[in-house]
Design a protein around this ligand. Structure first.
Ligand code: FES
Length: 91
């Protein structure tokens, strides 16, 4: 079972513009949905894309301008996809 890799930019620009809140929302989401074994959540230094931040990289795909309002949609997207993929494996 492949884990979802979430890398959050914790550079000062991304952190102060939203990733400080996003990290709390992600941790809560992981806890509430019992996903800790299925996620690798790591922080990163500045990714040199500050003007497009807050930056979050999920499974190698960069997401820009991720706000506390849009982060849940992003999480639901990745975890729904994963569930779907698992179901497909069964058949
Ligand atoms: S602080 Fe995130 S890209 Fe620079």
């Amino acid at each position: 079972m492949k884990k979802v890799q979430i890398k959050m930019c914790m550079g000062s620009s991304c952190f102060s513009r939203g990733n400080n809140k996003n990290v709390e929302i992600i941790e809560k989401f992981i806890q509430e949905n019992n996903l800790s074994a299925k996620v690798d959540l790591v922080g990163s230094l500045c990714m040199n894309k500050c003007s497009r931040g807050p930056v979050i990289v999920v499974n190698g795909k960069e997401h820009f301008g991720v706000t506390p309002d849009s982060i849940l949609d992003l999480l639901r997207f990745y975890f729904k996809e994963k569930k779907h993929a698992e179901q497909c494996d069964i058949h």
